[in-house]
Design a protein around this ligand. Structure first.
Ligand SMILES: Nc1ncnc2c1ncn2[C@@H]1O[C@H](COP(=O)(O)OP(=O)(O)OP(=O)(O)O)[C@@H](O)[C@H]1O
Ligand SMILES: [Mg+2]
Length: 231
Protein backbone atom coordinates (compact mmCIF):
# COMPACT_ATOMS: atom_id res chain seq x y z
CA UNK A 1 0.00 0.00 0.00
CA UNK A 2 1.29 3.40 -0.86
CA UNK A 3 -0.61 5.85 1.27
CA UNK A 4 -0.44 5.95 5.03
CA UNK A 5 -4.13 6.47 5.50
CA UNK A 6 -5.19 3.41 3.51
CA UNK A 7 -6.49 0.72 5.85
CA UNK A 8 -7.68 -1.70 3.21
CA UNK A 9 -6.85 -2.17 -0.43
CA UNK A 10 -8.40 -4.98 -2.47
CA UNK A 11 -7.31 -5.55 -6.04
CA UNK A 12 -9.16 -7.58 -8.67
CA UNK A 13 -10.96 -9.79 -6.18
CA UNK A 14 -12.69 -12.79 -7.72
CA UNK A 15 -14.79 -15.20 -5.68
CA UNK A 16 -16.24 -18.22 -7.39
CA UNK A 17 -18.51 -20.82 -5.91
CA UNK A 18 -19.18 -24.08 -7.80
CA UNK A 19 -21.30 -22.48 -10.50
CA UNK A 20 -21.63 -18.86 -9.35
CA UNK A 21 -19.20 -16.01 -9.72
CA UNK A 22 -20.08 -14.04 -6.58
CA UNK A 23 -17.35 -11.44 -7.22
CA UNK A 24 -16.11 -10.83 -10.72
CA UNK A 25 -13.02 -8.69 -10.19
CA UNK A 26 -13.57 -6.02 -7.55
CA UNK A 27 -11.18 -3.20 -6.68
CA UNK A 28 -11.96 -1.56 -3.39
CA UNK A 29 -10.04 0.48 -0.88
CA UNK A 30 -10.92 2.38 2.26
CA UNK A 31 -9.05 5.08 4.13
CA UNK A 32 -8.85 5.64 7.85
CA UNK A 33 -11.96 7.43 9.08
CA UNK A 34 -13.89 6.82 5.88
CA UNK A 35 -17.47 5.55 5.80
CA UNK A 36 -18.32 3.54 2.72
CA UNK A 37 -21.76 2.13 2.03
CA UNK A 38 -22.39 -0.75 -0.33
CA UNK A 39 -25.79 -0.99 -1.96
CA UNK A 40 -27.15 -3.27 -4.64
CA UNK A 41 -29.71 -5.96 -5.41
CA UNK A 42 -29.91 -9.32 -3.68
CA UNK A 43 -27.18 -11.68 -4.85
CA UNK A 44 -24.92 -8.91 -6.18
CA UNK A 45 -22.02 -9.92 -3.94
CA UNK A 46 -22.26 -7.38 -1.10
CA UNK A 47 -21.96 -9.90 1.74
CA UNK A 48 -19.30 -11.84 -0.14
CA UNK A 49 -17.22 -8.68 -0.38
CA UNK A 50 -17.45 -8.05 3.37
CA UNK A 51 -16.73 -11.72 4.09
CA UNK A 52 -13.59 -11.54 1.95
CA UNK A 53 -12.48 -8.46 3.89
CA UNK A 54 -12.72 -10.12 7.28
CA UNK A 55 -11.44 -13.50 6.20
CA UNK A 56 -14.68 -15.46 6.52
CA UNK A 57 -14.33 -16.18 2.78
CA UNK A 58 -11.13 -16.64 0.83
CA UNK A 59 -11.09 -15.06 -2.62
CA UNK A 60 -10.48 -17.37 -5.57
CA UNK A 61 -7.98 -14.79 -6.81
CA UNK A 62 -6.93 -11.22 -6.19
CA UNK A 63 -4.97 -9.33 -3.59
CA UNK A 64 -6.02 -7.98 -0.20
CA UNK A 65 -3.85 -5.62 1.83
CA UNK A 66 -5.35 -5.02 5.23
CA UNK A 67 -3.75 -2.95 7.93
CA UNK A 68 -5.20 -3.72 11.31
CA UNK A 69 -8.15 -5.57 12.69
CA UNK A 70 -11.70 -5.85 11.43
CA UNK A 71 -14.85 -6.72 13.29
CA UNK A 72 -18.20 -7.53 11.71
CA UNK A 73 -21.80 -7.01 12.78
CA UNK A 74 -24.26 -9.35 11.08
CA UNK A 75 -27.93 -9.20 10.26
CA UNK A 76 -28.57 -11.87 12.90
CA UNK A 77 -26.76 -10.85 15.99
CA UNK A 78 -25.48 -14.29 17.10
CA UNK A 79 -25.06 -13.31 20.73
CA UNK A 80 -23.96 -16.15 23.00
CA UNK A 81 -27.24 -17.13 24.71
CA UNK A 82 -25.65 -18.56 27.85
CA UNK A 83 -23.69 -15.38 28.64
CA UNK A 84 -25.00 -12.11 30.02
CA UNK A 85 -24.87 -9.06 27.80
CA UNK A 86 -21.73 -7.89 29.63
CA UNK A 87 -20.08 -11.31 29.27
CA UNK A 88 -20.90 -11.33 25.56
CA UNK A 89 -18.86 -8.13 25.24
CA UNK A 90 -15.93 -9.12 27.47
CA UNK A 91 -15.46 -12.68 26.23
CA UNK A 92 -13.31 -12.14 23.12
CA UNK A 93 -11.11 -9.29 24.38
CA UNK A 94 -10.13 -11.48 27.34
CA UNK A 95 -9.88 -14.82 25.50
CA UNK A 96 -8.55 -13.70 22.13
CA UNK A 97 -6.71 -10.46 22.87
CA UNK A 98 -5.60 -11.72 26.33
CA UNK A 99 -6.37 -8.35 27.88
CA UNK A 100 -6.74 -7.89 31.65
CA UNK A 101 -10.28 -8.71 32.71
CA UNK A 102 -10.80 -5.65 34.92
CA UNK A 103 -9.87 -3.27 32.09
CA UNK A 104 -12.11 -5.09 29.67
CA UNK A 105 -15.07 -5.02 32.06
CA UNK A 106 -14.64 -1.29 32.62
CA UNK A 107 -14.55 -0.67 28.87
CA UNK A 108 -17.52 -2.97 28.25
CA UNK A 109 -19.56 -0.92 30.72
CA UNK A 110 -18.64 2.26 28.85
CA UNK A 111 -19.66 0.60 25.58
CA UNK A 112 -23.00 -0.44 27.07
CA UNK A 113 -23.47 3.14 28.16
CA UNK A 114 -22.61 4.35 24.65
CA UNK A 115 -25.25 2.09 23.06
CA UNK A 116 -27.79 3.15 25.69
CA UNK A 117 -28.00 -0.20 27.49
CA UNK A 118 -26.10 0.26 30.74
CA UNK A 119 -29.01 -1.31 32.60
CA UNK A 120 -28.80 -4.58 30.61
CA UNK A 121 -25.28 -5.60 31.67
CA UNK A 122 -26.36 -8.55 33.76
CA UNK A 123 -29.31 -9.90 31.85
CA UNK A 124 -29.21 -12.59 29.16
CA UNK A 125 -29.80 -11.94 25.44
CA UNK A 126 -33.18 -13.70 25.59
CA UNK A 127 -34.35 -10.94 27.93
CA UNK A 128 -33.70 -8.03 25.55
CA UNK A 129 -35.42 -6.91 22.35
CA UNK A 130 -34.09 -7.38 18.81
CA UNK A 131 -32.92 -3.78 18.53
CA UNK A 132 -31.23 -4.05 21.91
CA UNK A 133 -29.54 -7.32 20.91
CA UNK A 134 -28.14 -5.64 17.84
CA UNK A 135 -26.80 -2.75 19.91
CA UNK A 136 -25.13 -5.29 22.25
CA UNK A 137 -23.66 -6.97 19.15
CA UNK A 138 -22.24 -3.62 18.04
CA UNK A 139 -20.77 -3.05 21.51
CA UNK A 140 -19.28 -6.55 21.37
CA UNK A 141 -17.61 -5.78 18.04
CA UNK A 142 -16.29 -2.45 19.28
CA UNK A 143 -14.78 -4.13 22.34
CA UNK A 144 -12.26 -5.73 19.97
CA UNK A 145 -11.02 -2.24 19.13
CA UNK A 146 -11.22 -2.83 15.40
CA UNK A 147 -9.51 -0.57 12.90
CA UNK A 148 -12.34 -1.26 10.45
CA UNK A 149 -15.93 -2.06 11.35
CA UNK A 150 -18.01 -4.06 8.90
CA UNK A 151 -21.80 -4.06 9.03
CA UNK A 152 -23.87 -6.45 6.93
CA UNK A 153 -27.47 -5.23 6.92
CA UNK A 154 -27.52 -4.68 10.68
CA UNK A 155 -31.11 -3.46 10.71
CA UNK A 156 -32.84 -5.59 8.11
CA UNK A 157 -33.99 -8.26 10.58
CA UNK A 158 -35.52 -5.60 12.85
CA UNK A 159 -38.98 -4.11 12.96
CA UNK A 160 -39.02 -0.65 11.36
CA UNK A 161 -39.82 1.12 14.62
CA UNK A 162 -36.66 -0.16 16.32
CA UNK A 163 -34.17 0.25 13.47
CA UNK A 164 -33.80 3.89 14.54
CA UNK A 165 -32.06 3.01 17.80
CA UNK A 166 -29.46 0.93 15.96
CA UNK A 167 -28.93 3.56 13.27
CA UNK A 168 -28.44 6.15 16.03
CA UNK A 169 -25.56 4.11 17.44
CA UNK A 170 -24.02 3.79 14.00
CA UNK A 171 -24.40 7.53 13.46
CA UNK A 172 -22.58 8.09 16.73
CA UNK A 173 -19.70 5.92 15.49
CA UNK A 174 -19.69 7.80 12.20
CA UNK A 175 -19.44 11.05 14.18
CA UNK A 176 -16.40 9.62 15.97
CA UNK A 177 -14.83 8.84 12.57
CA UNK A 178 -14.79 5.10 13.05
CA UNK A 179 -13.76 3.55 9.73
CA UNK A 180 -16.75 1.62 8.47
CA UNK A 181 -17.86 -0.41 5.47
CA UNK A 182 -21.53 -1.19 5.59
CA UNK A 183 -24.18 -2.91 3.57
CA UNK A 184 -27.61 -1.44 4.12
CA UNK A 185 -31.03 -1.04 2.56
CA UNK A 186 -31.58 2.17 4.53
CA UNK A 187 -31.07 4.64 1.70
CA UNK A 188 -31.70 7.76 3.76
CA UNK A 189 -29.18 6.63 6.33
CA UNK A 190 -26.65 5.80 3.59
CA UNK A 191 -27.06 9.27 2.14
CA UNK A 192 -26.64 10.90 5.55
CA UNK A 193 -23.54 9.11 6.84
CA UNK A 194 -21.54 7.92 3.81
CA UNK A 195 -18.42 9.53 2.44
CA UNK A 196 -18.67 7.20 -0.54
CA UNK A 197 -21.30 4.83 -1.89
CA UNK A 198 -20.70 1.74 -4.04
CA UNK A 199 -23.40 0.21 -6.18
CA UNK A 200 -22.84 -3.48 -6.86
CA UNK A 201 -24.53 -5.59 -9.50
CA UNK A 202 -23.65 -9.13 -10.54
CA UNK A 203 -20.44 -9.28 -8.56
CA UNK A 204 -19.02 -6.00 -9.77
CA UNK A 205 -18.91 -2.39 -8.64
CA UNK A 206 -21.04 -0.73 -11.29
CA UNK A 207 -20.99 2.81 -9.89
CA UNK A 208 -19.08 4.54 -7.14
CA UNK A 209 -19.28 8.08 -5.89
CA UNK A 210 -20.43 10.58 -3.28
CA UNK A 211 -23.98 10.12 -1.92
CA UNK A 212 -25.10 12.99 -4.16
CA UNK A 213 -23.58 11.37 -7.24
CA UNK A 214 -25.11 7.98 -6.52
CA UNK A 215 -28.54 9.01 -5.27
CA UNK A 216 -29.16 12.19 -7.29
CA UNK A 217 -27.20 11.54 -10.49
CA UNK A 218 -27.22 7.79 -11.16
CA UNK A 219 -25.56 7.07 -14.50
CA UNK A 220 -26.62 3.52 -15.30
CA UNK A 221 -30.11 2.18 -15.86
CA UNK A 222 -29.31 -0.59 -13.37
CA UNK A 223 -28.76 1.92 -10.58
CA UNK A 224 -31.77 4.04 -11.56
CA UNK A 225 -33.99 0.94 -11.51
CA UNK A 226 -32.51 -0.17 -8.19
CA UNK A 227 -33.09 3.22 -6.55
CA UNK A 228 -36.66 3.30 -7.84
CA UNK A 229 -37.28 -0.16 -6.39
CA UNK A 230 -36.09 1.08 -2.98
CA UNK A 231 -38.59 3.95 -2.79
N1 LIG B 1 -21.50 -20.23 0.36
C1 LIG B 1 -21.99 -20.07 -0.89
N2 LIG B 1 -22.07 -21.08 -1.77
C2 LIG B 1 -22.52 -20.91 -3.03
N3 LIG B 1 -22.94 -19.72 -3.51
C3 LIG B 1 -22.89 -18.66 -2.69
C4 LIG B 1 -22.42 -18.77 -1.34
N4 LIG B 1 -22.48 -17.54 -0.77
C5 LIG B 1 -22.99 -16.71 -1.71
N5 LIG B 1 -23.23 -17.37 -2.86
C6 LIG B 1 -23.74 -16.78 -4.10
O1 LIG B 1 -22.96 -15.68 -4.45
C7 LIG B 1 -23.74 -14.61 -4.93
C8 LIG B 1 -23.54 -13.37 -4.10
O2 LIG B 1 -24.06 -13.60 -2.80
P1 LIG B 1 -24.03 -12.52 -1.63
O3 LIG B 1 -24.52 -13.19 -0.41
O4 LIG B 1 -22.68 -11.90 -1.58
O5 LIG B 1 -25.08 -11.45 -2.17
P2 LIG B 1 -25.67 -10.16 -1.43
O6 LIG B 1 -25.45 -9.01 -2.36
O7 LIG B 1 -25.13 -10.05 -0.06
O8 LIG B 1 -27.25 -10.48 -1.41
P3 LIG B 1 -28.37 -10.13 -0.28
O9 LIG B 1 -28.75 -8.68 -0.52
O10 LIG B 1 -29.50 -11.05 -0.61
O11 LIG B 1 -27.78 -10.36 1.06
C9 LIG B 1 -25.19 -15.13 -4.94
O12 LIG B 1 -25.49 -15.60 -6.21
C10 LIG B 1 -25.15 -16.24 -3.93
O13 LIG B 1 -26.13 -17.20 -4.20
MG1 LIG C 1 -25.99 -10.16 1.84
Amino acid sequence: MTEDKTILKMTNIVKEYENVKALGGVDFSINKGEIVTIIGPSGSGKSTLLRCINGLSTPTSGKIDLRGRTSMVFQHFNLFPHMTCLENITYAPVKVLKRPKADVIAEAKELLEMVGLADKANVYPAQVSGGQKQRIAIARSLAMKPDLMLFDEPTSALDPEITGSVLEVMKKLAGEHMTMALVTHEMKFARDVSDRVLFMAEGRILEEGSPEEIFDMPKTKRLKDFLNSML
